[in-house]
Design a protein around this ligand. Structure first.
Ligand code: AMP
Ligand code: TRP
Length: 317
């Protein structure tokens, strides 16, 4: 296959303001990939309704994700950005995949197990078949590369299994896609418990940095990030998860390696190290926030989604 035919697809749920993990694990890579590939980026509102949503809030969150994509650098004039529910092919193909997928496959999904917890009998059917819809999103566009953070790798494996099973049963139809993961940043950890991933559903607001957080608050959150008592800066995820997470964030933001960052910081105090990391985060977020606040007031945002829908429909159909 030539480069020309290769296509990138990814999706983000409109479930509240995006955080630094979403940015480093996914959206920053959306921007980098658009120089090499044709890209399709989707605001996946049908995934969001697998749990209850307030309709008004959901509508404003859809525009918030769209504005965040553009503010972070996705070029809506060259790439396709659209809302999942505006293209019926996603639900249509998802039904086909509901019939190809196996209950055992879905039961093994760690995200489903985490979200359902002990309440497995009482969660929506949508939450369980969510990976089939995600597979439909990707395979309807014959996407070759899917930029996602670590937590979506298992869903992408299931997508590949579905494509292979369908192709084997009914003939060669779908392209088997690959995950595209950044060298650093695919799993940004919580600032308050760096053994867990950064997640906006955490109750502790100090555990995550939102793309739209007040910049002084960002500095305070980094200052209070949990570290260790050794007072020596090096990378060791097992024994120094907090310091390792800050090194990862820094390397991802500066597009360099963790080794390079370690040699830069190795003689610094934790306090000075944290100040440097905070400055780098603020430098990355400031222009995004400025663009975002100008965009979110712009009434033409809806028209961007309309154009995206028309372009996406033509491919998916
Ligand atoms: P979501 O908000 O769940 O729709 O996630 C959007 C994208 O951000 C997906 O590609 C996720 O894999 C990615 N992502 C979410 N949390 C993190 C994290 N803590 N570190 C890196 N990537 C993440
Ligand atoms: N499941 C992804 C998440 O929660 C979002 C998503 C839906 C997605 N469809 C997709 C990501 C297709 C990549 C490709 O983050």
């Amino acid at each position: 296959m030539t480069k020309f035919q290769e296509r990138v697809f990814s999706g983000v749920q409109p479930t509240g303001t995006l955080h630094l993990g979403n940015y480093l694990g996914a959206i920053k890579n959306f921007v980098e990939l658009q120089n090499k590939y044709n890209c399709v980026y989707c605001v996946v509102d049908q995934h969001a309704i697998t749990v209850d949503q307030d309709p008004k809030e959901l509508r404003s969150n859809i525009l918030e994700v769209l504005a965040s994509f553009i503010a972070a650098g996705v070029d809506y004039k060259k790439q396709i950005i659209f809302q999942q529910s505006s293209v019926p092919a996603h639900s249509q193909l998802a039904w086909v995949f509901n019939c190809v997928s196996r209950i055992g496959w879905l039961n093994r999904m760690t995200q489903f197990k985490d979200k359902a917890g002990k309440n497995k009998e009482n969660v929506s059917v949508g939450l369980m078949v969510y990976p089939n819809l995600m597979a439909a999103d990707i395979l309807a566009y014959l996407a070759t590369h899917v930029p996602v953070g670590d937590d979506q790798k298992q869903h992408l494996e299931l997508t590949r299994d579905l494509a292979i099973r369908f192709n084997n049963t009914y003939g060669d139809t779908f392209i088997v896609p690959k995950a595209y993961q950044p060298k650093t940043g695919a799993k940004i950890k919580s600032l308050s418990d760096p053994t867990k991933k950064m997640d906006k559903s955490s109750e502790n607001q100090k555990s995550y940095i939102l793309l739209l957080d007040d910049l002084n608050q960002v500095k305070n959150k980094i200052k209070s990030a949990v570290t260790d008592s050794e007072a020596k800066i090096y990378y060791d995820v097992e024994n120094k998860p907090g310091i390792s997470n800050l090194l990862t964030i820094d390397a991802a933001l500066l597009k360099t390696t963790i080794e390079e960052r370690v040699s830069h910081y190795k003689d610094m105090s934790y306090q000075d190290f944290k100040l440097c990391v905070a400055d780098h985060i603020v430098a990355a977020l400031k222009p995004i926030q400025e663009k975002y606040h100008a965009l979110i007031k712009d009434p033409s945002l809806d028209a961007i989604l309309d154009t995206g829908r028309d372009q996406a429909k033509m491919i998916a159909h």
